[in-house]
Design a protein around this ligand. Structure first.
Ligand code: FES
Ligand SMILES: [Fe+2]
Length: 326
């Protein structure tokens, strides 16, 4: 049974990296719903991963002449979901009107495939770095995490843990204090923090410790970002974090790393570094209690430095977002 989450059903949810679907269909589970994604000449398409004939998973089939062909009896569905060929039917018999796949809105953007289950959301949020020629964009993930999406997102938005959990990597245990900062709601409804100084042991690979500036941004309930800016060079490094709810217990985490400078790393090295950092976060989020993020701000003890996460909790409350929240 599909998990009910109206905000997500009415929004674009990240499905998988676009590179995962060269053509042949794959199955992606979104909110416990099995979805098949395939590609033909006109682009990517998503259906409920279920053949109406006998319930086979269409993702086990193949793409032929632009149609998705069921592996079991060969029924062929065109990209709009209509069954256009049934091999068992005599040639002069019309195809039953009910022979259709359930279609979801599907599109490719920012190196990912996105699905809108209710097919009612025209706009995806703007991630300007992706189309900016000054940036190198690297797809990161997916990683399966045994935690609910809001805990994972909040961990990414958590500025106070950098010097502790990632001490020696993204912060310094002698510099744990967080200066006051504000959160600012933008015209499009996204929320961005002021720049927050973070003392890092080696922010640019030169071996010199110094302050860099972090700006956190909330685009959507499961799409958030930070930018780290070097005040001396104006070099910027952004990560866009995306989470797909798989089922009640598990989430899939993806990201885009965007650099407007040459950081001296290959794509693989940048991915490896991010894997190490995420490997420090993952056991924390997989063991947080309660698993559901408490939206009542009195339930956990927040500090003034937790303003990003407080803004995130308020944002989820205002949106009426229910998945993985309490
Ligand atoms: S189950 Fe798909 S064609 Fe029979
Ligand atoms: Fe972290």
């Amino acid at each position: 049974m599909r998990l009910t989450e109206e905000v997500l059903e009415n929004d674009w949810v990240v499905a998988c990296p676009a590179a995962d679907v060269p053509e042949e269909p794959i199955q992606v589970v979104i909110l416990n719903e099995r979805v098949v994604i395939f590609r033909n000449e006109s682009g990517v398409h998503a259906f409920k991963d279920l053949c109406i004939h006998r319930g086979a998973a269409l993702s086990q089939g193949k793409v032929k002449d632009g149609c998705l062909v069921c592996p079991y009896h060969g029924w062929e569905y065109d990209e709009s979901g209509n069954c256009v060929h049934i091999p068992q039917l005599p040639k002069d018999r019309p195809i039953p009107k009910k022979a259709k796949a359930i279609k979801y809105a599907c599109k490719e953007a920012y190196g990912f495939i996105w699905v809108n289950l209710n097919d009612n959301q025209p706009n995806l949020f703007e991630y300007p770095e992706y189309s900016n020629a000054n940036y190198r964009n690297i797809i990161w993930g997916g990683h399966t995490v045994e935690a609910k999406p809001p805990r994972i997102i909040e961990n990414f938005l958590d500025v106070g843990h950098l010097a502790v959990l990632h001490g020696g990597w993204l912060g310094d245990e002698e510099h744990t204090e967080i200066k006051p900062y504000k959160m600012n709601t933008q015209e499009d409804g996204s929320i961005f923090s002021d720049e927050i100084p973070i003392f890092q042991p080696d922010p640019d690979g030169s071996g010199t410790a110094k302050d860099v500036y972090y700006t956190y941004g909330i685009y959507r309930p499961l799409a958030v970002r930070f930018t780290k800016r070097d005040p001396d060079t104006d070099q910027k490094f952004t990560i866009l974090l995306l989470v797909r709810p798989i089922d009640e217990e598990r989430s899939m985490v993806y990201g885009i790393m965007s650099f407007n400078y040459d950081n001296g790393q290959t794509d693989e090295e940048a991915i490896q570094f991010q894997d190490v950092i995420f490997g420090q976060d993952q056991p924390i989020v997989e063991n947080q209690k309660p698993e559901d993020l408490p939206l009542d701000l009195q339930v956990e003890l927040s500090l003034i430095s937790d303003r990003v996460s407080i803004a995130y909790r308020r944002y989820l409350t205002d949106m009426g977002f229910t998945l993985g929240t309490a």
